[in-house]
Design a protein around this ligand. Sequence first.
Ligand SMILES: C[S@@+](CC[C@H](N)C(=O)[O-])C[C@H]1O[C@@H](n2cnc3c(N)ncnc32)[C@H](O)[C@@H]1O
Length: 204
Amino acid sequence: MSSEEIASGIPIDIDLEALSLLVEFKQLWDEAEEIWNANQDEPSFHGYVSADYRAVYESLNVLQGHAKTFLEWGSGLGVVSIMASRMGFNAYGIEAEGELVEYSRVLARAYQSNAQFAVGNLIPDTFAWDASRDDEVSRTLTDPVSGYEELNLNLKDFDLVYAYPWPEERPLYENMMKGFGRPGSLFLSYDAKRGIDLVRIQPR
Ligand SMILES: C[S@@+](CC[C@H](N)C(=O)[O-])C[C@H]1O[C@@H](n2cnc3c(N)ncnc32)[C@H](O)[C@@H]1O
C-alpha cells in the first residue's frame, strides 16, 4: 500500500523506510538510557555522557551520500555508530572503556548493525601536544593504547569523524583532525552548549 493510499487520498509523501528506522532508533536510545540509569555509578561510565541522539541522527541524514566511512571518537555505548551503520555508512567506534565497548557490541547485534568497535585511544599515537595551539585536555583519557591498530585503520581512512568532546576540548579534537585526518574529510561534533557543528578539514 502506498503512503498516498494510507492517507485515504490526501496527497502526502512519507518515507516509510526512514520512519521505521527512526522507530527502531527510538528504542535504541531508550535502551541506552536504561543501561546508563543502571550503571551510571560504575567507574567506566564516569566519562560517558550521551549526545542529543535526535540531533546527531538528523545530521547523519543530511550527510548521507557525502561520506562513506564513519568513525565515532569516544563511542560510549555505540549508539551513534550503530545509527550510522544502519543508515549505510561503514561505521566504526573507538572507546577507551572496555565495558562500554561490550555494551556497544551487544546493542549492535540487537539492532542488526555491523558497526565495529575497538577498545583504545582515539588520540593518534604520534599526535604532538602543543599548549600554544589550545591543545587543552580535561576529560579525554590520554593513557589508553591506540584504538586504530585493532581496527587496522588510521584516521586518514575516514570520510566523516564524529565526536562529543568536552567544550574546552573541542579545539584539541579539531587540531587532531587537521593534523591526522584526510584533507577534505568532515568533522562533525556535538556539545550541549553549541549543539551540532560541522567542519571540512582543509589541506595544511
Ligand atoms: C561525552 S561521551 C560521548 C559518547 C558518545 N560518543 C555520544 O556522542 O553519545 C565521551 C566518551 O569518550 C570516551 N573517551 C574519553 N577519552 C577517550 C580516549 N582517549 N579514547 C577513546 N575514548 C575516550 C569516554 O569513555 C566516553 O565514553
